[in-house]
Design a protein around this ligand. Structure first.
Ligand code: PMP
Length: 286
């Protein structure tokens, strides 16, 4: 099936959507993105993703080309045109095409490049992997210092995924100064004695939209949450571990660097949080 994608105001067959070779996104990774899940044809936590997009654009002195209502209308139109029941909508805004390559930002008024496309993923919510969990390895976190901005500069996370693949596992947890920052494309948590431990928000990690919702639900369910750094050794000795992201939701982690975490099977806290998250977010989907 040929997807219909969105490019700068037009809905086009994917084969007809063309972006300049001078686009700042292509030449400089000068762009930001968002990924919003679709369940039952509706958008999950759309307001959260829209708010973070605004923050990423503000941090890079880029103008938001659309209002939240306009973004919502584009998302919905793409979901409808592509008949997406379960999957994701990817959105990217770059600093546009200045007509040449230059390190300096293009003059104000240079239009951004806006691209959105859908990815159909049947069984996203009923993912059988959630019943067995992910295995991870730890690798050094050598990314830049503004990981709170959701830029399209994803080379090291891609390399991390390849290192995980080569090691026969599902993902890599990134480690800086002895402590886990986050996963390649998700936030990382351990559970010790019913206490959920995850790194506090700073420029060191992406401020996960799923993280915010899951911590809110955890607190509402009277679970204890501690936002602080944790080490790989602590993870090895934890009762359970998990990750969160917009497309994996809450995914149990059962092994790190070959050491089983807890019983080596998905834990109760992660399993319960996944259920609560999916229930609540389906109810609030737009
Ligand atoms: N950290 C990183 C590095 C990510 O790439 C992502 C997902 N894009 C996340 C965390 C999770 O964020 P979210 O819950 O908003 O998908």
């Amino acid at each position: 099936m040929t997807r219909t994608v969105y490019l700068n105001g037009d809905y086009l067959p994917e084969t007809e959507a063309k972006v300049s070779v001078f686009d700042r996104g292509f030449l400089m990774a000068d762009g930001v993105y968002e990924v919003t899940s679709v369940l039952g044809g509706k958008l999950i936590d759309f307001a959260g993703h829209c708010a973070r997009l605004q923050r990423s654009l503000d941090e890079l002195a880029m103008t938001n080309p659309h209002t939240p209502d306009e973004w919502l209308a584009i998302h919905r139109e793409l979901v409808a045109r592509n008949g997406i029941d379960e999957g994701m909508v990817y959105l990217q805004v770059t600093r546009g095409n200045p007509g040449d390559r230059d390190f300096a930002f293009p003059p104000a008024g240079t239009p951004p490049t806006v691209v959105l496309f859908t990815q159909a993923k049947a069984g996203l919510a009923d993912n059988p992997v959630a019943k067995t969990g992910w295995k991870v390895i730890s690798i050094p976190d050598i990314r830049w210092g503004r990981r709170d901005i959701k830029t399209v500069q994803l080379l090291y996370p891609s390399m991390g995924k390849m290192m995980a693949k080569a090691a026969g596992v599902d993902d890599a947890w990134l480690v800086e100064d002895g402590c886990v920052t986050e996963g390649t494309s998700n936030n990382a948590y351990i559970v010790k004695g019913n206490r959920i431990i995850t790194r506090a928000l700073s420029n060191d990690i992406l401020h996960g939209i799923t993280r915010a919702a899951v911590l809110r639900f955890a607190r509402e369910a009277q679970m204890e949450v501690e936002e602080r750094n944790f080490t790989v050794d602590e993870a090895k000795q934890a009762d359970e571990a998990f990750i969160t992201s917009a497309s994996a939701f809450v995914m149990p982690v059962v092994e790190i660097d070959g050491a089983a975490i807890g019983t080596g099977t998905p834990g109760n806290v992660a399993t319960r949080l996944r259920e609560i998250y999916l229930d609540e977010m389906r109810k609030a989907a737009v």
